[in-house]
Design a protein around this ligand. Structure first.
Ligand code: F6R
Length: 607
């Protein structure tokens, strides 16, 4: 939700680096962009609605002068995406410029107060009150940092923000509460950004700012303090391990395609977890009187798959819960005996963190599974695991879903062992199959893509898709549906196949494509029954089934044949891959950018 980037260089123009940083943050929002630089003692701002490329060409942003600057790529929350609402926003006299990611909940009240004091507002955003508050504070207190600190103390809501001012033109001041912010340290300068990929081209040395911290960046160094009492915090940088190449598109047309094809590697990495942390999570899970798996969107689908895996392998009932529903549904019943395993790629999703906060208040044990080292989730969890997928830039989650499932499976296997629920032979067999998964996924990528391209062409004009699966494949169906609808905007339904006759079947008519996920397993005869019911109503059946499964193949109009021998319980990982590719291909046919679906942003850090 909005990307922010600030940079202060020893020499050279800062604008090209800001633009480069914003391009790497575009996945967080792309409604409008804006840059402010400081030169000859004044702030210059160029901003507009549109993509980075369009606005840069129109306003020649890369020619802006100055070695200090801030930039913003917006995902609109308050006010339409237009030039006036684009960040940066300024005070009355254009001496303070602010970029902001987050939501200021009490902005209307503060705005009214400022209007009464004579401030004039141009935009409909919540952000614009921040430079005006700082301006007001500067009347009492001439030091920028102190004015900002006082202003921040009046804000209710979430923010990651960066401020420059012509009154103190040698610095960027940035701060965070509930929205992510990371600092980058290099020999040429200092950076602040919403996420590591934006600063990775310039340095691998980063510092994760924590909630309620403010940093002052100058060419010769940085200082971090607590917003509440100005205590100075001494924190050294961490070195990022992944390379710049890993966060770039390389030869692929889109990040989404690159990330789909990276899965054999990301899955292999997901198998190299640190034993002692898996053991720790396992012990906490074992002690729980009840276990809830918490996540939003794709992470929720990984949790749904996880609930089948925990139940079948470790005989542990683990309820999957949508993060935004957690407090209403379980907020009053959880307590000291509850264990919450929160799953979040970014580790910054507002709904998930809010649920986690609530769980902690009720003394529940919170565990985390995330892809983001240094994220808020890692700090609020009693113990956590990093899923090792590497950076995911495409807005639609692909490789991070399969990694989440492979990590959850390993935890479930450990738990099964601890609880003595599987024999050694069974454990060995599952482990062997787990290590086969990256190879199965590689085979699927190599063998099915051409077929999927032709299936996509065949169904390009369909106005509705259904996704059905039984057992654990209902999680695959839901994730397949989410991929297709979020990047092609085609309405889709997904249900456990058994539910279809309780309502969804009424939408089935001639030629409606219905995707069945049918790995070989205990639900096989039922899924065949469901296919026949849907087929009898004239639907087109697209089956994802095991190679040579003649019964299913005969019932289907189109088939994607999967490698033999994939156990049902591990099937969501390889079986989601053709559905990721199908969504990608349909988006291309519809001339949509799969990396930037409308109205979406990768990291949802607002309520
Ligand atoms: C869908 C997608 C989203 C995220 C959701 C949770 O492709 O990416 O549904 O899965 O916003 O994000 P995290 O996992 O970062 O908490």
């Amino acid at each position: 939700m909005c990307g922010i980037f600030g940079c202060i260089l020893k020499k050279g123009l800062v604008a090209p680096q800001i633009l480069d940083g914003l391009k790497r943050l575009e996945y967080r929002g792309y409604d409008s962009i804006g840059v402010a630089t400081l030169h000859s003692g004044i702030i210059e701002i160029r901003k507009d609605k549109g993509t980075i490329q369009e606005v840069t060409e129109k306003l020649k942003i890369n020619e802006m002068k100055g070695t200090i600057g801030i930039g913003h790529t917006r995902w609109a929350t308050h006010g339409a995406p237009n030039m006036i609402n684009a960040h940066p926003h300024t005070d009355t006299h254009g001496k303070i410029a602010v970029i902001h990611n987050g939501v200021i909940e009490n902005f209307l009240e503060l705005k009214q107060e400022l209007i009464e004091k004579g401030h004039i507002f141009l935009s409909k955003t919540d952000t614009e009150i921040i430079p005006h508050l700082i301006e007001e504070e500067l009347k009492q207190n001439k030091i920028l940092k102190l004015a900002i600190l006082n202003a921040l103390k009046r804000l209710i809501g979430s923010y990651a923000l960066a401020v420059i001012s012509s009154l103190e033109p040698d610095k960027i001041i940035c701060a965070r509460y509930e929205s992510p912010l990371v600092l980058g340290i290099s020999n040429d300068g200092l950076y602040c950004a919403s996420d590591v990929p934006a600063i990775r081209p310039y340095t691998n040395k980063v510092i994760y700012l924590r909630n309620g911290e403010l940093a002052t960046l100058k060419v010769d160094g940085y200082e971090i303090i607590k917003i509440s009492d100005s205590t100075v915090i001494h924190r050294d940088f961490e070195e990022i391990e992944w390379t710049l190449q890993e966060s770039e598109k390389q030869d692929y047309d889109h990040y989404m395609l690159k990330e789909i094809f990276e899965q054999p590697i990301s899955l292999k990495n997901g198998l190299w977890l640190q034993e002692q942390y898996v053991d720790l999570l396992t012990q906490f899970l074992d002690r729980g009187k009840e276990v809830l798996l918490l996540g939003a969107g794709t992470s929720n689908h990984a949790c749904i798959a996880g609930s089948y895996i925990f139940s079948k392998l470790a005989r542990l009932t683990a309820y999957p819960v949508i993060s935004s529903e957690f407090i209403e549904c379980y907020g009053s019943s959880i307590g000291i005996d509850s264990v919450i395993l929160a799953v979040s790629q970014s580790g910054e999703t507002y709904d998930t963190l809010k649920a986690v906060d609530h769980a902690r208040m009720r003394a529940a044990t919170v565990l985390g599974l995330t892809n983001t080292v240094g994220s808020t989730l890692t700090r609020v969890s009693r113990a956590y695991l990093i899923q090792q997928s590497g950076p995911e830039i495409g807005v639609a989650a692909t490789k991070t879903f399969t990694s989440q499932v492979i990590v959850l499976t390993q935890i479930a296997l450990k738990l099964a062992k601890l609880r003595g629920k599987l024999s050694q032979d069974e454990l060995d067999e599952y482990e062997k199959n787990l290590y086969n998964i990256p190879y199965w996924v590689e085979t699927v990528l190599n063998r099915t893509y051409l077929n999927i391209k032709s299936i996509a062409k065949k169904y390009k004009n369909s106005k509705l898709f259904l996704f059905l699966g039984r057992g654990i494949s209902s999680a695959t169906a839901m994730e397949g549906r989410l991929k297709l609808l979020e990047i092609t905007y085609i309405p889709c339904l997904a249900y456990p196949a058994g539910e279809s006759k309780h309502g969804p079947i009424s939408v089935v008519e001639e030629k409606v494509p219905c995707v069945f996920i049918c790995p070989k397993g205990s639900t096989r005869s039922e899924i065949i029954g469901s296919i026949m019911e849907i087929k009898a109503r004239g639907a087109r059946i697209i089956s994802i089934c095991e190679e040579g499964d003649s019964e299913i193949i005969q019932l289907s109009d189109d088939v994607v044949e999967m490698p033999k021998g994939i156990p049902d319980l591990l099937s969501p990982i390889p079986y989601i891959v053709p559905l990721q590719l199908l969504s990608y291909e349909l988006a291309l046919i519809k001339k949509l950018d799969p990396d930037k679906p409308r109205n979406l942003a990768k990291s949802v850090t607002v309520p």
